[in-house]
Design a protein around this ligand. Structure first.
Ligand code: G3P
Ligand code: MG
Length: 219
């Protein structure tokens, strides 16, 4: 499966409605990052700080939605969207990988996902986010993001959380035995983040199930 990272941020302004609309015809799913802003709305934005994406100062967590909505992402003219807007923009045949950046947003993100037509796979680096989803609804599809460590610890942690998948970085996914260990435990492997064809081919050779990629035209 091809999963467009932040809505294919190599080709579109990351984590925007325009990005998921443009990427959708070319991918199996889009990956988006979720945070909460200062007035409580869930917003789709990668960074906790506003400066790289918008040139504004301060933190997303301290910003009012009324102010955030007027900012534009990477000078694209596209605003930072709310989670519900992005979910509504994804066609039902395209999946959404909702990455939970802040554990306390998990259950509100689940409420939003229940209103979406698409299949949603939640992922997080934070075990607490995945545990909260599991405890609210064991049928939620969950994936543990891992940054480093070996296959054994990633597989054990993902299994403990009842995950369907583990999401390692490319270097970990391509370590000998990683994919096999995950598959033996019944976990899919979706690796991040492929930026070019060489990355994608390495991952395919390693036998991953999904490639989280900045572009839809890697092949
Ligand atoms: O979900 C995979 C990838 O998005 C994790 O890293 O920093 O791009 O959210 P990041
Ligand atoms: Mg992400």
């Amino acid at each position: 499966a091809l999963i467009g990272h932040r809505g294919c941020d190599g080709q579109c302004p990351e984590n925007t409605v325009a990005a998921v609309e443009r990427a959708a015809p070319h991918v199996d799913a889009v990956e988006i990052d979720v945070r909460r802003c200062g007035t409580g709305e869930l917003v789709v934005v990668h960074d906790g700080e506003l400066d790289r994406l918008t040139g504004a100062s301060g933190r997303v967590a301290d910003a009012d939605w009324e102010d955030l909505r007027d900012l534009t992402v990477l000078d694209s003219g596209e605003p930072i969207p709310r989670l519900g807007e992005v979910l509504a923009a994804v066609p039902e045949e395209v999946g959404v990988n909702v990455e939970i950046k802040e554990p306390e947003t998990a259950l509100d993100a689940l409420d939003a996902a229940r209103r979406a037509d698409s299949e949603v796979l939640f992922s997080s680096f934070h075990p607490a986010a995945l545990a909260a989803l599991r405890d609210r609804d064991p049928a939620t599809a969950r994936a543990l993001l891992v940054a480093d460590g070996g296959a054994a610890s990633a597989v054990e942690a993902a299994t403990d959380l009842g995950c369907v998948a583990v999401h390692p970085p490319i270097d970990l996914a391509t370590e000998p035995g990683f994919v096999e260990a995950a598959h033996d435990a019944g976990l899919a492997v979706n690796a991040w983040t492929a930026v070019d064809r060489e990355d994608a081919e390495r991952l395919l050779a390693a036998g991953v199930d999904g490639i989280i990629a900045d572009r839809w035209d890697l092949f």
